[in-house]
Design a protein around this ligand. Structure first.
Ligand code: NA7
Length: 550
């Protein structure tokens, strides 16, 4: 890994281009774009613009308004922690917030820091081209506007490019269909309707009970059976709200110290060092507490198959005990991967919903979809008549939002070509050949394996410090190297191989949900706290692995 070099000899030739209009352009106005704007505009005093495709702020939460949508990080940890005043003045109402409450929070933040005046809404970025002579990025929008900027920061989210599978006959469907990640803001009325829901990831598992409660009939089409632990959502008590305010600092410290950025520590015991009775009691207690904390019951659940098997068996037994029809229970419990090797869903009455008389489960492994017909879905076992199809089929995760823009770096090389064998970058932050382009929570960073606001704040603050450093030293270009990328990709693969995560073959972490997408383990599984130390070390060693020039 080469040390960063500060050299004016590498300066780009002067061009007749006008000087950059903007110091920084940020794509996206979700959690990351808002905080990046605040840091660059108000801390560093830069000329900054945010371009946002939606008509409002919120990113993920602007688009994901499907029935049952709820954050699965706990509310008191799913917020910014950079401002003590902000933490003291905001109060969440429930253990897990719903999109409207998260949007109220983000609007409060945007209004408090007067962010909206720097955001241009209804503006989808179409092209992002580096002009190497002028050392600026040329940004084009779908509306035909053009912007020139020195730094380009993508704050486009990891799960924002909806995946609607190409199933033959969809165009012929006579009813209505929706993807959960592009849900109509006016809502969908399911009453009296026969609904088909495809997908049993976190989204399908959240939506199933809520749709079943109003639809005439719901058919759930399951390709990969999934674990789920009860969320146990509750309104927050006054006592808990007081606890959060009085302990804001220590909660933040805990989130910064843990692997996944959540406000709970992982138990130090191995699942295999306790007696079977003790283990059962600990799992029962975790099941009763609910939520992602189940994953923290033992320290080795994600690294030891034998340890994971104990959690897996406990959770499969729960399915068998909840679901009354043994054939349905068997399909739901026929899970092909270790617990938490795919993103572990949490739910409210998911398995219980299969005891309703108006709900049916179709196992797509046994009877795959053949095509969509005008009146419903045809599987190899026959037809299912439907009025509405809900695609809870996830996203072209992590790389999708970046590659759906036409990103071209030095020499006109496209990011799609640079990543034809899967994403390669340095620290998840930058790609060689794409100077001054930073990707917040990009592939190769902890991102989706972490409580997102914690991952986002760390990236935003690192990028801000880096740009401040450059301005202080009169530097205008930062670019990583192929060598630094190779080492980082090796580190991501090493960290992944040390866990059970790659054992889930049908996982969007690996890109497996998108036909033709290269199978590369995308998020960095080395732990958020460890990753923060690595990034801090890189900066302290004069941006080791990057080349900085004037
Ligand atoms: P996920 O977790 O990617 O789940 C998508 C689901 O859709 C999953 O069960 C997929 O099965 C299924 N799927 C995808 N394509 C198809 C086709 N063509 N046919 C049938 N079934 C299909 O997305 P979510 O929206 O639930 O969750 C995304 C993240 O949001 C979540 O992890 C949290 O971090 C929040 P597969 O497993 O690929 O066989």
């Amino acid at each position: 890994m080469s040390n960063a070099s500060i050299s004016s000899a590498a300066a780009a030739p002067q061009s007749d281009q006008q000087s950059p209009t903007l110091d920084a352009l940020i794509v996206g106005a979700g959690f990351s774009g808002l905080y990046q704007l605040l840091c660059l505009r108000d801390k560093l005093g830069l000329e900054v613009r945010v371009l946002e495709a939606g008509a409002g702020i919120g990113g993920t939460w602007y688009w994901n308004r499907y029935p049952g949508a709820r954050c699965d990080s706990e509310s008191h940890s799913y917020c910014y922690s950079f401002s003590e005043e902000l933490m003291q003045e905001w109060e969440w109402s429930e253990r897990y917030p719903e999109p409207p409450e998260i949007l109220r929070y983000l609007n409060h933040v945007a209004d408090r820091f007067q962010l909206k005046r720097s955001i241009q809404f209804n503006t989808r970025v179409k092209s992002v081209h580096y002009d190497q002579h002028a050392n600026v990025w040329q940004v084009g929008t779908e509306g035909g506007e053009r912007f020139t900027t020195r730094f380009l920061i993508t704050a486009v989210g990891c799960l924002s490019a909806a995946n609607v599978p190409k199933i033959a006959g969809l165009d012929s469907f006579a009813g209505r269909w929706y993807h959960t990640g592009e849900w109509p803001h006016e809502g969908v009325d399911f009453s009296g309707k026969r609904v088909g829901l495809i997908g049993t990831g976190s989204t399908g598992i959240q939506a199933t009970p809520v749709i079943a409660a109003t639809a005439a009939h719901l058919t759930v089409f399951q390709r990969t059976a999934n674990y789920s632990v009860p969320a146990r959502n509750v309104p927050l008590t006054e006592e808990f709200k007081r606890y959060v305010k009085q302990n804001a600092k220590s909660i933040r410290q805990l989130m910064h110290a843990t692997t996944n950025g959540h406000p709970f520590a992982i138990d130090e015991r191995s699942a295999l060092q306790v007696t079977p009775e003790e283990r059962q009691a600990l799992y029962e207690a975790a099941w009763e507490r609910g939520g992602l904390q189940f994953r923290a019951t033992f320290q080795d659940l994600l690294v030891s198959k034998a340890a994971n098997d104990t959690a897996s068996e406990f959770l499969k037994n729960k399915i068998r005990s909840i679901v009354k029809d043994p054939a349905t229970a068997a399909k739901l419990a026929d899970i092909d991967h270790p617990y938490a090797a795919k993103r572990p869903p949490i739910d409210t009455d998911y398995f219980e919903t299969f005891n309703r008389s108006n709900v049916a489960l179709v196992d797509l492994r046994a009877t795959p979809i053949e095509r969509i017909m005008p009146h419903g879905i045809r599987t190899t076992a026959g037809d299912h008549a439907l009025d509405i199809i809900v695609f809870a089929t996830g996203f072209d995760a992590m790389t999708g939002p970046l590659l759906r823009m036409d990103v071209r770096g030095r020499g006109g090389v496209s990011l799609a070509d640079a990543w034809s064998a899967g994403p390669r970058n340095y620290l998840g932050l930058q790609v060689a050949g794409f100077p001054n382009l930073f990707t917040i929570t990009g592939p190769g960073s902890p991102s989706v394996l972490c409580n997102m606001p914690v991952a986002i704040e760390q990236h935003v603050e690192w990028i801000t410090d880096c740009i401040a450093h450059m301005r202080k030293h009169g530097l205008t270009r930062i670019e990583t190297s192929a060598e630094a990328m190779d080492k980082w990709v090796a580190e991501v693969n090493r960290a992944a191989a040390a866990t059970l995560l790659p054992q889930a073959k049908h996982s969007w972490y690996l890109g497996a949900n998108i036909p033709g997408k290269p199978r590369v383990f995308m998020p960095y599984p080395g732990g958020m706290a460890h990753y923060r130390t690595i990034c801090d070390g890189v900066a302290a060693r004069n941006y080791e692995g990057f080349s900085l020039s004037a």
